[in-house]
Design a protein around this ligand. Structure first.
Ligand SMILES: [Zn+2]
Length: 424
């Protein structure tokens, strides 16, 4: 299945280049957007002879995808099967689409992703995320598990009662879930005398929120969950534009790159590849996509990567957790911070039921970060001291009624909570 990943890195890279070259040929022939981009940059296929040559091509941003959306479509409209959306940066969602080959590729991607985490045909998996709402990931989970032949329970998002009732009824040993939803499930179980510690669930494939820090240790959210419920948590990372998942193996040392399905670069501000362990922006070229193929798509996600053989035997590089979005970078008294750094501190402090982080600019153009905490929270000085010890800077702390915090956190039509509000 992913035998290639157990071979040496040179073999993996050679195969990856072969696939990337094939994708370039497809795109140069079929994609109106990239045909134009190649022409504008006086580039021809012959200019791409080795992986480094890819740098000749400008990055594709979220804005490019939004402003030239239909120009990315590279198949006849009647061939499109699944119409989905991705969250845009200019306010409205952006169209994305998949044909038969893309859906098959999506199934293969998720099949491999679940396999890396160790899920087998004999397992039963309850999907607690939405399969509809134009959401690609939910469909991907279903298709991947179907390809694997595992048992699938589609409970959908929310509804802790339905989740527990389904666990009791069908005895799944895995869940697919957003980590913070697991806390809601635990809370519901405790309030309703459900013996969740003795449930059939042994592990959770987690999406949407980081679970580990840069040292592969469970972060505050991860430890909180496992402290209450002794289950194994696997972090995954994916997006609609990437059409590919990055998943932890049972050794939990970063999310493995499916190198036959995606080509990755992690770049500094000058567009150069950063060294393993350094933070850069993830830039991806998905391999084998047909309907909306992307080349050098700048994800805006800031993260690091690790090389070398993993304990599982795979030689593919692994990605670290996302620390923030590129444009979310904040400078406080000379210190560069991303939202995840602040979230980790707040979670580790542990006494704040609900919070929202806001970034603004002051009159001089400097970043100001304030944290909205509930009225009932009184340990402001203690929290400030804690920030100082952890990040060497102290944001503003503002008390607000819980209701107002919740309203900021769950704007209408949002698919996930907005813990960070960027008002700059
Ligand atoms: Zn591994």
């Amino acid at each position: 299945m992913d035998e290639l990943h157990f071979q040496n890195i040179e073999t993996i890279k050679a195969r990856q280049w072969e696939l990337l070259r094939k994708q370039l040929e497809y795109i140069a022939d079929k994609s109106p957007y990239y045909k134009r981009l190649l022409k504008e940059n006086s580039l021809q296929l012959e200019d791409f002879q080795k992986p480094e040559d890819l740098k000749k091509l400008p990055l594709t941003t979220k804005e490019d995808l939004q402003l030239n959306n239909s120009e990315f479509i590279s198949v006849p409209e009647e061939d499109i099967i699944d119409f989905v959306t991705t969250s845009g940066t200019l306010g409205s969602p952006v169209n994305f689409a998949l044909n038969e080959a893309d859906l098959e590729r999506l199934a293969e991607n998720e099949y491999r992703s679940f396999s890396i985490a160790g899920i087998k045909k004999t397992d039963k998996v309850q999907i607690t995320t939405t399969l509809d709402r134009r959401f690609m990931a939910g469909m991907a989970y279903f298709l991947g598990l179907r390809k694997l032949g595992a048992g699938i329970i589609r409970t959908g998002s929310g509804l802790p009662q339905l989740q527990w009732e389904s666990i009791e009824r069908f005895k799944p040993n895995y869940l697919v879930a957003v980590p913070s939803f697991l806390l809601k499930m635990i809370q519901y179980a405790r309030e309703n005398n459900i013996d969740y510690k003795k449930s059939s669930v042994k592990a959770v494939i987690c999406i949407g929120e980081p679970l580990r820090d840069q040292y592969f240790q469970l972060n505050a959210l991860g430890s909180k969950i496992t402290g209450l419920w002794n289950i194994e948590l696997f972090s995954t990372y994916a997006s609609t534009e990437m059409s590919t998942a990055f998943t932890e193996c049972p050794y939990h040392t970063g999310n493995h790159i499916l190198s036959e399905l995606i080509y990755t670069e992690i770049l500094d501000e000058d567009g150069n590849q950063v060294k393993p362990g350094e933070i850069g922006e993830l830039v991806v070229s998905p391999l084998g996509t047909q309907t909306m193929p992307l080349l050098r798509f700048a994800t805006g996600d800031m993260l690091t990567y690790y090389e070398g053989k993993c304990e599982c035997g795979r030689n593919t590089p692994r990605l670290g957790p996302v620390v923030g979005r590129k444009q979310q970078k904040m400078k406080l008294k000379g210190t560069s911070l991303y939202p995840q750094h602040i979230i980790e501190v707040l979670n580790a402090f542990g006494k704040i039921k609900s919070f929202v982080i806001e970034a603004r600019k002051d009159g001089l153009g400097n970043d100001v970060v304030s944290i909205k905490v509930p009225d009932s929270f009184k340990e402001t000085d203690e929290l400030k001291e804690y920030f100082k010890s952890q990040l060497h800077v102290t944001p503003r702390i503002e008390n607000l009624p819980v209701k107002e915090i919740e309203m900021l956190k769950y704007p209408k039509a949002s698919r996930k909570p907005q813990i960070f509000r960027d008002l700059r």
